[in-house]
Design a protein around this ligand. Structure first.
Ligand code: ADP
Ligand code: MG
Length: 729
């Protein structure tokens, strides 16, 4: 009889690097090869149509049907010239990931003759049979069907023979059923508010936009080993597995040389990503064995988010060519680092100024401090919401697990910026703002150090860190749609900027000069949001106590964290900024609770199957071998000798008996807890029950399984072990 695990190992060791053919000499020759870029549009679409289209897109206006018709014709021609036969609306349902429904580029006319066709209507709007997408109750009525609609601000692209059209996904009644719709609304709100505030400093600012640079972390695992681990296949993480004797203690993987087989995968992945117009630039090993990271150059937040979702699906596909599987789960292995998706976020004006970078003159610096402090205010007021925006059944295992951002949101500023704010806080207006005879302004106490970029301390324990010219939201999970976090941040900052403007204007109406009015409000803010600033060790126990004293949100129970979406001030903020209505917030929470319960339910079932079908049979087989040995010893040796000779066997036999008994009892308890949870009257109580009563039993069972792994004969163990999953490449 073969051992599943050894068969898988043999197969894994036989995999060699797959040769990757270069697709061009220089990146610029194939970058965005599969994208209908603005330049390419010029070859396929009339100039006046394009002028109107670009103008509408850049100013956020709706596209006219006639324009859409002309664009659709050009789009189809380009796509078919490049081998496309189908098109799809590509959208981001609340399940996470992306969804698509493919249609061919033809219809039959009334005489039954096949016509190649792709109309403006088909580009504009599609009605996916969306009843199976989660909607949290919004689409329960017959009228509330869902449709997907073209997002002209993100370019269409080809994947194989299919033209992919980025779209929003909304109900007929207008409610958003996806992540893209509110993300677009939130950037619009933020950019309007930021532009208004910019007018204090520069009347030339016409547009502000938000940037996102994501860093995607992931694990690779050999496909043969993956297939021998049903938990990885079905849940994306290992539900059991004893720690490997060596894992990341030596920190020899981080920034180490990339293994050849992995490098081949990365090259292939990067080539595909570059062809799709995703400007990937950085690749390196991460802290845990077989963990890696890729990052592109930052882009507009909506486009960057599309690109991240696209990369996640490209990764999956390319990995299979290399006999790997990509694990995007936040915590595939207990005891080693999990994966995040740091979201680098900044604001930029059409005049080329990064509003979160210290400037070249006093006005720009005052502007920088203004935006910095407003972000602090927003993060302070909505720290609970921001946590909810990154919370999930999967990220739950990573957060607060001692090597990831803690489950408390705080902001790291670094020594220099902290000093600037401290000085401003204690300065008088005269000290802070010096206006000389020539009416030039100087910032007296707030001389911002010139070179801050790359000069800020690298505090890895902070969930939200200022890194010189941007904020890095690190708590976001590796499998998440960044849109959830970005739209919460955008909306919170948008509302905050509106409040700021109201306060400054009020002072100016009372006759305060502009600089003094700005300074007065900034100083008030510096004082009132101090609690959110924390530069110390976010992993420490002291910080948890300190954060609670400061009144920060310290809830760690994920289903309860989702409640933050429904706090009155949060509902009000989303309403005021026009990002999400109360009904949409309720429906989102329903989906989040439902998804949470389903994920834990699946994990718990898989765990039950695995222990009954793999772990216990292996343990029992080994126990039987030991029992037979005991009997054999008795036959051969004298009674005195038998007692000592069998001592060790007895110990192991009893250990197996005790762990196996505990596992069986645990499985009963877990099944029972699941049944009780399923009977809860609503999604929220169900999720809470799964969290409070099912997860803890799973942890208990796991302890016994991992202990068995240590005693049972290696040859009988059927599941690939941690040392194999993490070190074979
Ligand atoms: P690190 O690991 O040191 O944080 P990386 O080089 O891995 O840095 O990734 C940094 C990410 O931040 C990249 O996506 C980069 O494009 C992005 N980034 C750099 N400057 C900005 C900015 N001003 N706004 C938004 N993102 C930025
Ligand atoms: Mg980083």
């Amino acid at each position: 009889m073969g051992n599943l695990r050894f068969d898988a190992l043999r197969q894994a060791m036989a995999h060699t690097p797959v040769a990757v053919a270069p697709i061009g000499d220089k990146v610029k020759d194939f970058f965005a090869r599969d994208v209908f870029t603005r330049d390419r549009m010029k070859e396929y679409i009339a100039a006046d149509v394009l002028e109107q289209l670009f103008d509408d897109v850049d100013s956020g206006r709706t596209i006219h049907r006639e324009i859409a018709d002309s664009v659709a014709i050009g789009m189809r021609k380009w796509a078919m010239d490049h081998g496309a036969t189908h098109y799809t609306h590509w959208f981001q349902p609340l399940t996470g990931g992306t969804a698509e429904k493919h249609d061919a580029f033809f219809t039959l006319n009334k005489d039954g003759v096949l016509m190649e066709e792709f109309t403006g209507d088909a580009l504009y709007q599609q009605e996916p049979d969306a009843s199976s997408f989660p909607n949290g109750g919004i689409r329960n009525t017959f009228e509330a069907r869902g449709y997907s609609a073209w997002d002209p601000s993100s370019p269409v692209f080809l994947i194989g023979d299919t033209l992919c059209i980025p779209t929003v996904f909304v109900a007929y009644t207008g409610e958003a059923l996806d992540y893209k719709t509110p993300l677009i609304r939130s950037t619009a709100a933020l950019c309007r508010a930021a532009r208004e505030v910019c007018q204090y400093f520069d009347k030339g600012v016409k547009h502000v936009h938000a940037n996102l640079g994501w860093e995607q972390e992931y694990f690779l695992v050999d496909e043969a080993l993956y297939h021998a681990r049903p938990d990885l296949m079905l849940t994306g993480r290992t539900l059991m597995g004893h720690a490997s004797a060596k894992n990341q203690q030596l920190e020899d993987h981080y920034f180490g040389a990339i293994p050849e087989r992995v490098l081949a995968f990365m090259r292939d992945l990067e080539n595909e990503a570059l062809c799709a117009g995703i400007p990937v630039r950085t690749r390196h090993n991460e802290v845990a064995p077989n963990q890696f990271e890729m990052a592109p150059v930052f882009e507009d937040v909506n486009l960057a988010n599309d690109h991240n979702l696209l990369v996640m699906s490209i990764m999956d596909r390319v990995a299979q060519r290399h006999h790997f599987r990509v694990l995007l789960h936040e915590k595939p292995y207990a005891g080693v680092n999990g994966s995040g998706k740091h979201c680098n976020w900044s604001l930029q004006t059409n005049t080329g100024i990064n509003l979160l970078a210290p400037g070249k003159n006093p006005y720009q610096n005052l502007q920088f401090v203004t935006f910095l402090v407003n972000v602090l205010m927003a993060v302070h007021q909505y720290n609970g919401l921001l946590k909810a925006s990154i919370a999930s059944a999967t990220n739950e295992h990573r957060l607060g697990a001692n090597e990831a951002p803690p489950a408390i949101i705080s902001v790291f500023l670094g020594k220099q910026i902290s000093e600037v704010l401290d000085k401003l806080e204690h300065a008088t207006a005269e000290e802070a703002i010096i206006i000389n005879a020539k009416k030039e302004m100087k910032l007296g106490v707030a001389n911002i150090p010139e070179i801050l970029v790359d000069n800020t301390d690298r505090n890895r324990t902070s969930p939200f860190a200022f890194t010189g010219n941007r904020f890095e939201f690190r708590a976001v999970g590796s499998s998440a749609n960044c849109g959830a976090a970005m739209l919460a941040l955008n909306a919170a900052v948008a509302e905050q900027l509106l409040n700021f403007k109201t306060e400054v204007d009020k002072l100016m109406e009372k006759g305060e000069p502009k600089e003094r009015a700005l300074f007065a409000v900034i100083r008030k803010y510096i004082v009132s949001c101090k609690a959110i600033r924390f530069d110390g060790n976010g992993y420490s126990e002291e910080w948890k106590a300190e954060a609670a004293r400061r009144g920060l949100d310290c809830e760690t129970n994920v289903p309860l964290i989702f409640d933050r979406y429904l706090l009155p001030e949060v509902v009000n903020m989303f309403h005021k900024t026009g990002v999400l209505t109360e009904a949409e917030l309720h429906s989102r929470c329903e989906v989040k609770w439902e998804t949470y319960s389903k994920k834990v339910q699946i994990e718990s079932r898989v765990m039950g199957d695995l222990v009954i079908n793999h772990v216990l049979p292996a343990a029992k087989r080994y126990q039987t071998m030991l029992l037979q040995n005991v009997l054999a010893v008795k036959q051969v040796f004298s009674a005195d000798e038998t007692a000592t000779l069998n001592e060790q066997d007895y110990t192991i036999i009893r250990q197996i008996e005790s762990h196996a008994g505990a596992i069986l009892a645990g499985v009963d308890k877990m099944t029972d807890a699941r049944h009780k949870a399923n009977r809860q009257p609503d999604e929220r109580s169900k999720a809470i029950a799964y969290h409070d009563t099912v997860l803890p039993v799973m942890a208990e069972i796991r302890e016994h399984v991992d202990a068995l792994e240590m005693v049972v004969d290696d040859e009988l163990w059927t599941l690939p072990k941690y040392r194999e999953l993490m070190f074979v490449h």
